[in-house]
Design a protein around this ligand. Structure first.
Ligand SMILES: Nc1ncnc2c1ncn2[C@@H]1O[C@H](COP(=O)(O)OP(=O)(O)OP(=O)(O)O)[C@@H](O)[C@H]1O
Ligand SMILES: [Mg+2]
Length: 258
């Protein structure tokens, strides 16, 4: 197995009396696609929130690239990008501006220079706009760059989130149900984008209920049930694992779409 890019050890997240993550430990190998699956409420999104810094772990540690990131705020977790289960775009901004939000934290110059419209800032603005435009081309949204984001379809909003997440050039990208609510054609586009990310050398960790989607993309599988990891290993073996099948009884069938 490739060395781990991301590793969680003994992670616990408690919400009052509810233990959403209970001693979660798993590793995400560098350079491939790992799927994190499990029934509704298993703790998948909470896990993503812990990795991206939106949720503090009650206990346990998170490692990225050999460095502990457990207590770092989200903006100091360089190299990790994500999308959200419920697409989060800025509806009043244009599609291009939404991507620029992702590009800007990486620019130097600061507020004062920006206020004075210094030549360096102008160059950076030019660079940022070019980069955002290129990302939109990449996800197939170049034609709608000037539209307000709220006018996009759900499928387009998910692609816009992906472009914004890629703006920071992350090594690891977390996709929380990126294909949920999409048509078969839109789902196919997401599959191709995930493959392109892998071909780029990025590492993808995805949450997905659609088992066919998982089966086609992931080499490595982590299964959560009631906040605990019940399987970690090769994806093809995981889908045949009796404990995984038992956890999914009744839910996998309702979620199978493609
Ligand atoms: N901020 C919160 N406060 C209290 N409870 C929470 C909070 N966030 C999540 N939970 C609870 O933690 C558990 C795990 O939720 P989580 O959203 O991580 O599950 P999930 O595996 O992503 O589920 P789904 O497949 O439905 O998206 C659930 O019981 C949920 O209700
Ligand atoms: Mg979720």
């Amino acid at each position: 197995m490739a060395p781990a890019l991301l590793e969680l050890t003994g992670v616990i997240v408690r919400f009052d009396s509810l233990v959403a993550l209970n001693d979660v430990r798993f590793a995400v190998p560098a350079g491939g696609v790992t799927a994190l699956i499990g029934p509704n409420g298993a703790g998948k999104t909470t896990c993503f929130n812990v990795v991206s810094g939106l949720q503090r772990a009650t206990a346990g540690r998170v490692w990225f690239n050999g460095r502990e990131i457990t207590n770092l705020p989200p903006h100091r977790r360089a190299g990790i990008g994500r999308t959200f289960q419920i697409a989060q775009v800025f509806g009043d901004m244009t599609v291009l501006e939404n991507v620029l939000v992702g590009v800007h934290p990486h620019l130097n110059g600061g507020v004062i220079a920006a206020g004075l419209w210094m030549p360096t800032v102008r160059r950076q603005e030019f660079w940022a706009a070019a980069r955002a435009a290129e990302l939109l081309r990449r996800v197939g949204l170049a034609d709608v760059a000037e539209r307000q984001a709220r006018t996009l379809s759900l499928g387009q909003q998910r692609l816009l989130e992906l472009a914004r997440a890629l703006a920071a050039d992350p090594q690891l990208i977390l996709l929380d149900e990126a294909a949920s609510g999409l048509s078969p054609a839109e789902t196919e586009a997401v599959v191709e984008h995930v493959r392109a990310l892998r071909a780029d050398g990025r590492t993808v960790l995805l949450v997905e209920h659609n088992m066919r989607f998982v089966h086609r993309l992931a080499e490595h599988l982590v299964v959560l049930n009631y906040g605990r990891v019940i399987y970690e290993g090769p994806a093809d073996e995981g889908v045949r694992d009796p404990a995984v099948i038992a956890a999914y009884l009744g839910t996998a069938l309702t979620h199978a779409r493609v």
